[in-house]
Write a protein that binds this ligand. Structure first.
Ligand code: SAH
Length: 482
C-alpha cells in the first residue's frame, strides 16, 4: 500500500486551492461538500468560481501564487496548468508538513483525492494510488450501483438506535443483529423513504431479538420482460436476500437464477388455462410464508401492477397486517417496443398509447372498441395471441383500415425475440404460418412502420423450424436475425 487511506475533518478549516480553472472548480466543489473554508489564489476565475466568489462562498486573492499563501492552511491543492508552479507549491507545502495534492501529477502529491461515493455520513473512497484515476472512477460507478441511495439515512438511523441496541442486545448477538437489520426489512423501508415504518420495524426487531419467530415480509418484485439487464437494482438486491422466491411462468430463467442460491423456489404456474395454483392459493401462500418469518420475494414477469394481479396479492397481505413492498419494473410493452424499435408514441404517428388485455373470456373481449379504433394512437394488447382474430375483426369493424400496421413481438428482450410485422388484414396468415411462441405482445398503430428503420436489437436466436425468411410475394415476416 503506497498511500494510507484516511478521512480528514476539514470543516471550517482553511484550505488553499491554487488555480482558477475548471479543474480547480471541481476540487473546490468537493472541498465545499466537506465544509472547508476554501481560499483561492489565481490571476482569474472561471465562471463557476466567479459565481461562488460573488456569493462570498470562497476567499479569493487575484494574482499569482506566493509562498505566504500557505499560511495557516490545512491542505493545499495545486491546480494550475503550470508544471513548475505546481512543483514549487508541492515542495513548499511538504517542507511545512502541509498535505498537498497536485491534480493529475502524482509525483508532486503527498496525498491523493480518491473517487468517492457519497451517501453521507457513509462515504466510500476508491483509489488506485494515482495509477489510473479513470479506473478508480469505473470502480466507483460499479459501487454506486451496489450502494443504494438511502444508505446515508440508514446510517443515521443506526446512529440513533446505537445506544438502545447496546442496552437490549447482548454483545455476542449484536453483530448478527446489526447485519440483519441493515440488510433486511428495516433497511428496505429506509430505502423506500418510509422512515417512521423503519423506526417501528427497528423497535420490533429489538423486541423480536428476544423472541424465536419474528414476522417476515413480502416483496412483490417485477422481474421485467426477460433480459436480466433490465432488472432494477432494488429487485436484484431483494432477490439476493430472499428466503423464498415464489415465481410464475413468465419469469425468465436467467432472472430467476439471480435469486439467492439457497433460497427456496416455489413455482406457482399460471400457464394459460391450467394454472398450477389458483390466485387465492397464491395469496394465502405468501401470507403463510411471511408469518413463518420468511423474507418472501414474489417474483413476477414485467411490472407487478400491469396485468399482474399484484394488487390482489398485496390486498390479502394488507388485510392480514403483513409488511410488504412493491418493486416496479419494465413492463412488456416498454421492453418489447424498445427492443423491436417501435416507439410507442411519436409526434407524427401517435399521441397516446393504451395498454389493454386481449385475454378472451367466453370467446370475446370486453373492450371499448370504438375508443381503440380512434386514429393517432398506439394500442398494445397483452395476452392477445389467442384472441388475435377477434382483435383484427373488431378493429376493422370499428373503422380501422385493414392496412393498419400491426406487430407481434415474441419473447421480447430475450434471445428468442422475434418480431412479426404485418397488417390487420395479413397478420393472421403470418401467425398461422410462423407459430409465434408465447409470451407475445401485440402492437397496433402507425408507429409499427418505424420498426425497420429503428430496430437495433439482434437476438442471438436459435432458428426455429419453418421460421425462415419469406420467399416470393406474400405477407411480410420480419425476423430479427435473417
Ligand atoms: N405484468 C406483466 C404482464 C403480465 S400479462 C408486464 O408488465 O409485462 C402476460 C402477458 O404479458 C403475456 O401474455 C404477453 O402478452 C406479455 N408479455 C410479458 N412478457 C413478455 C415478453 N417478454 N414478450 C412479449 N410479451 C410479453
Amino acid at each position: 500500500m503506497d498511500f494510507f487511506p484516511i478521512f480528514i475533518d476539514i470543516r471550517q478549516k482553511p484550505v488553499l486551492v491554487v488555480g482558477g480553472g475548471e479543474v480547480a472548480s471541481r476540487k473546490v466543489a468537493l472541498l465545499r461538500e466537506a465544509q472547508a473554508r476554501v481560499r483561492i489564489v489565481a490571476p482569474e476565475l472561471c465562471p463557476a468560481l466567479e459565481d461562488l466568489r460573488q456569493k462570498d462562498a470562497i476567499d479569493y486573492r487575484a494574482g499569482y501564487y506566493q509562498d505566504s499563501d500557505l499560511e495557516d492552511c490545512h491542505l493545499v491543492i495545486a491546480a494550475t496548468d503550470n508544471d513548475t508552479v505546481n512543483q514549487r507549491i508541492s515542495n513548499q507545502a511538504q517542507q511545512r508538513r502541509i498535505p498537498v495534492n497536485a491534480v493529475d501529477q502524482p509525483e508532486y502529491c503527498s496525498f491523493i483525492v480518491p473517487s468517492i461515493i457519497d451517501r453521507s455520513p457513509v462515504v466510500a473512497a476508491v483509489s488506485t494510488g494515482g495509477a489510473s484515476p479513470v479506473l478508480a472512477r469505473l470502480i466507483r460507478t460499479r459501487l454506486e450501483s451496489l450502494i443504494p441511495a438511502g444508505y446515508g439515512r440508514l446510517a443515521d438511523l443506526a446512529r440513533r438506535f446505537r445506544d438502545k441496541v447496546k442496552a437490549r442486545v447482548p454483545f455476542d448477538q449484536r453483530r448478527r443483529f446489526w447485519e440483519k437489520v441493515l440488510s433486511g426489512g428495516v433497511a428496505e423501508r429506509v430505502f423506500a423513504g418510509q422512515m417512521e415504518e423503519a423506526e417501528a420495524a427497528m423497535d420490533r426487531a429489538l423486541e423480536d431479538s428476544a423472541s424465536p419467530s419474528p414476522m417476515g415480509e413480502v416483496y412483490l418484485v417485477g422481474g421485467g420482460p426477460g433480459d436480466p439487464d433490465l432488472l432494477t437494482f432494488r429487485a436484484l438486491r431483494l432477490m439476493q436476500q430472499a428466503d423464498v422466491v415464489v415465481y410464475d411462468r413468465l419469469v425468465a430463467k436467467a432472472i430467476l437464477d439471480l435469486s439467492r442460491r439457497d433460497a427456496e423456489r416455489i413455482y406457482v404456474g399460471k400457464e394459460r388455462s391450467h394454472h398450477a395454483m389458483r390466485q387465492e392459493e397464491i395469496n394465502e401462500l405468501l401470507a403463510r410464508l411471511a408469518k413463518e418469518g420468511k423474507k418472501v420475494v414474489r417474483l413476477k414477469g414485467g411490472d407487478p401492477f400491469i396485468f399482474g394481479r399484484g394488487g390482489e396479492e398485496i390486498h390479502t397481505l394488507a388485510e392480514q397486517g403483513i409488511p410488504f413492498q412493491v418493486v416496479p419494473a419494465i413492463t412488456a410493452a416498454s421492453g418489447c417496443a424498445a427492443y423491436a424499435g417501435i416507439p410507442l408514441t411519436h409526434r407524427d404517428y401517435a399521441q397516446s398509447v393504451t395498454f389493454v388485455t386481449g385475454h378472451l373470456k367466453d370467446g370475446t373481449m370486453n373492450l371499448n372498441w370504438e375508443q381503440l379504433a380512434q386514429p393517432r394512437q398506439t394500442v398494445v394488447f397483452y395476452m392477445g395471441l389467442v384472441g388475435l382474430p377477434v382483435i383484427c375483426k373488431e378493429l376493422t369493424a370499428h373503422g380501422v383500415s385493414p392496412d393498419m400496421p400491426i406487430a407481434l413481438v415474441q419473447q421480447g428482450t430475450t434471445e428468442k425475440q422475434r418480431v412479426f410485422k404485418g397488417t390487420l388484414g395479413t397478420i393472421q396468415e403470418i401467425v398461422a404460418r410462423e407459430h409465434p411462441k408465447p409470451p407475445t405482445l401485440i402492437i397496433v398503430g402507425k408507429v409499427v412502420e418505424l420498426h425497420e428503420r429503428l430496430s437495433w436489437y439482434k437476438a442471438p436466436q436459435h432458428p426455429q423450424k419453418g421460421a425462415t425468411s419469406p420467399v416470393g410475394p406474400g405477407p411480410e415476416v420480419l425476423k430479427l436475425e435473417a
